[in-house]
Design a protein around this ligand. Structure first.
Ligand code: PPS
Length: 128
């Protein structure tokens, strides 16, 4: 089933991370992302094809459970999202999420994971 994330908005959103700021010369931001050790069937495949079989997934355990992991823990399915909603505070992203969530083929996290602004350095193992 598709995943859907909401991030970067809502009452918990704070000031943007300095790492996300565009440089004065217009250079795009570079995030200090440290990917987990690569495996032949790492994130790229799962992002393109959805969840792999259990043996295809990285065996790495995140430092702490992510909101997404917690959300999917009941189904045993953890995968990267197929869609992400990005928005500013009071931008109405919550309303958009709730509208999309009505569709039976959409599964969405309950809480905003804030992966890109708060937990990016934890890597995809945490995000998934
Ligand atoms: N379709 C539509 N039309 C008019 N107004 C709308 C619509 N969708 C959301 N809203 C209002 O926009 C505000 C969004 O606040 P949110 O906190 O939910 O946004 S967000 O989750 O941080 O993106 C919030 O306003 P307040 O209720 O005044 O806080 C929503 O009520």
């Amino acid at each position: 089933a598709p995943g859907l994330l909401l991030l970067g908005s809502g009452s918990r959103a704070s000031h943007p991370s300095p790492a996300l700021a565009t440089a004065p010369d217009g250079t795009p931001p570079r995030l200090p992302f440290r990917a987990p050790p690569a495996t032949p069937l790492a994130a790229g495949k799962e992002m393109a094809e959805g969840a792999g079989s259990p043996e295809e997934r990285s065996p790495e355990a995140p430092d702490s459970p992510s909101p997404i992991s917690s959300f999917f823990s009941g189904s045993g399915s953890k995968q990267l999202p197929q869609a992400i909603i990005i928005g500013v505070k009071k931008g109405g992203t919550r309303a958009l999420l709730e509208f999309l969530r009505v569709h039976p083929d959409v599964r969405a996290v309950g809480a905003e994971p804030h992966f890109f602004d708060r937990s990016y350095d934890k890597g995809l193992a945490w995000y998934r």
